[in-house]
Write a protein that binds this ligand. Structure first.
Ligand code: SF4
Ligand code: SF4
Length: 70
C-alpha cells in the first residue's frame, strides 16, 4: 500500500561527489534519518521529515531537498 501518511513530494538528496564523509550531519538529525556505513552516508527517506537541519549544517553543501513539481 503506498505511503500517503507524511510523504510530501520531496526527497533529501545527497551529492556523493561533494560529501567528505565527516558524519557531522548524522548527529544533527532529530529523526535518525541519517547514518554512516563506513564512508557512505545513508539517507532513510521514510524517516526524514525534511526539516532542513542537516542541509543547513553540511559544511560542503552536499545535502539538498528536491521538491516535486506536483
Ligand atoms: S532534513 Fe531533517 S529529518 Fe531529514 S535527514 Fe535532514 S535533519 Fe533529518
Ligand atoms: S555533513 Fe555533509 S559532508 Fe558531512 S557526512 Fe553529512 S553530507 Fe557528508
Amino acid at each position: 500500500m503506498p505511503s500517503a501518511v507524511k510523504r510530501p513530494n520531496k526527497t533529501l538528496l545527497l551529492d556523493r561527489d561533494k560529501c567528505i564523509s565527516c558524519a557531522g550531519c548524522v548527529g544533527t538529525c532529530p529523526d535518525l534519518a541519517l547514518d554512516m556505513f563506513g564512508v557512505d552516508l545513508q539517507v532513510f527517506q521514510d524517516k526524514c521529515t525534511y526539516c532542513t537541519i542537516c542541509v543547513r549544517f553540511c559544511p560542503v553543501g552536499a545535502l539538498s531537498i528536491e521538491k516535486s513539481k506536483l
